[in-house]
Design a protein around this ligand. Structure first.
Ligand SMILES: [Zn+2]
Length: 403
């Protein structure tokens, strides 16, 4: 037994806060919080943390919320759950309105239910319940609720400049299965430049479409990285041209590539591969270039930053002491052997690992429902996650970090 507290005590404490947890989750879902518009939900989360007797609640210049439950001198833990969500799409396509928070057949419905207001609520309550149980956790517990994860992690990237914990847990939905990494995502712009001309005399211009056609053929020939856990892949997604008329050839075409990379494949390496393929593809005097897709982002607090669409990948080895300790803790708490897996999508965990914080993933909910109009989370799954988070927050990570 590695748990400092018996699982049934954790279960009783979790059970006691069940109805409060559910109604708070409904309130989170009923408060829309698109990236850059998290002001209202930030107030809701801060108010709840104060009500739950967090020892300290602060908000940084980007609008990230950081709640603290004070612990002892053992390694500190960050529980990380973003405040924002993707757009709802046409509300008519939803079985239950996207901001209803309706409870149907034991599940809470709405945008953000699994990604990730349900998991966030569980993490906020887990840390608070430990204090309410009268227990001082081994180390400080920081509940970080960052902004703008869905647009690339501007919030967590900034968070890591002023908050460094010894371990982090990202609560993105994982079916309550322990996660130890994911691939990264690198978004690239490949630009083809030619000479625009009236379509009735194409021989006088340089039509970049023919270079693009060659490039798409060559793109398929780029060798993809093969890893133990992950392979990389690339997909062309968007095409934009500088023309709007059907009878004019474009002077410029921009192709967007979505590249999912393994932890050992750097953005510089990817850009070099794409550049080589591009150089072989240019025809008729066209020119071209490769760049990381970069956009300005503005937080609800008015901070504007230019950030490249690079979501780092990360991978903790399955036999790392940290993964194994988390696995044993969750197995004992939840009464069944905890599997370990990886995520298919990118999370803020990549930014945390890039900042030197060893990161694990664990969260309630079916991740395949994220970003869909069927998004909902089973209350039973949330209660399992709540117990898991309490146990993880009561874990002393000292030996796992020094081994
Ligand atoms: Zn998410």
């Amino acid at each position: 037994m590695i748990l400092p507290f018996p699982p049934d005590r954790i279960e009783r404490a979790a059970h006691q806060y069940q109805s409060e947890l559910i109604s708070f989750t409904q309130k989170l879902i009923q408060t829309p919080s698109l990236p850059g518009e998290e002001e209202k939900i930030a107030v809701l989360v801060q108010t709840e943390m104060h009500r739950l007797a967090y020892d300290n609640v602060t908000i940084d210049s980007f609008g990230n919320i950081i709640g603290l439950i004070k612990g002892g001198n053992a390694p500190s833990l960050m529980l990380n759950g973003h405040l924002d969500h993707v757009a709802t799409g046409d509300p008519a396509g939803w079985t239950h309105p996207p901001h209803s928070g309706a409870i149907v057949n034991g599940a809470i419905w709405g945008r953000g239910a699994v990604d990730m207001k349900g998991p966030l609520a569980c993490m906020i309550y887990a840390a608070a319940i430990i204090k309410k149980m009268g227990i001082t956790p081994p180390g400080n517990i920081f509940l970080a609720a960052p902004v703008m994860e869905e647009t690339g992690g501007v919030g967590t990237t900034h968070l890591t400049t002023h908050l460094h914990t010894d371990v982090a847990i990202v609560g993105e939905p994982s079916h309550n299965v322990l996660r130890r990494g994911h691939r990264g995502r690198v978004e690239l712009w490949v630009t083809f430049r030619g000479k625009s001309i009236h379509a009735s005399m194409p021989h006088l211009g340089i039509n970049p479409y023919f270079s693009l056609a060659e490039f798409l053929r060559n793109l398929k020939e780029i060798p993809m990285k093969k890893g133990v856990t992950f392979d990389s892949n690339v997909a062309p997604t968007l095409i934009q041209t500088d023309q709007t008329s059907p009878n004019v050839t474009p002077g410029e075409i921009r192709l967007t590539l979505d590249w999912r990379n393994t932890p050992t494949e750097s953005p510089a390496e990817i850009m070099e591969k794409v550049q080589t393929a591009l150089n072989r593809s240019l025809r008729d005097g066209a020119t071209g270039s490769v760049a990381l897709a970069t956009r300005p982002f503005t937080t609800y607090t008015g901070k504007t930053v230019e950030q490249s669409a690079v979501f780092p990948s990360f991978e903790l080895p399955a036999d790392s002491p940290l993964v194994q300790l988390a696995q044993r803790t969750l197995s004992e708490t939840l009464g069944a052997e905890m599997p370990v897996d990886v995520w298919q999508f990118a999370t803020d965990g990549g930014h945390l690992m890039a900042a030197g914080i060893p990161t694990l993933g664990f969260g309630p909910g079916d991740e395949t429902l994220a970003h869909t109009n069927r998004e909902h989370i089973r209350i039973a799954d949330m209660l399992v996650a709540l117990r898991g988070y309490i146990a993880l927050a009561l874990t002393d990570w000292t030996n796992a970090l020094t081994n």
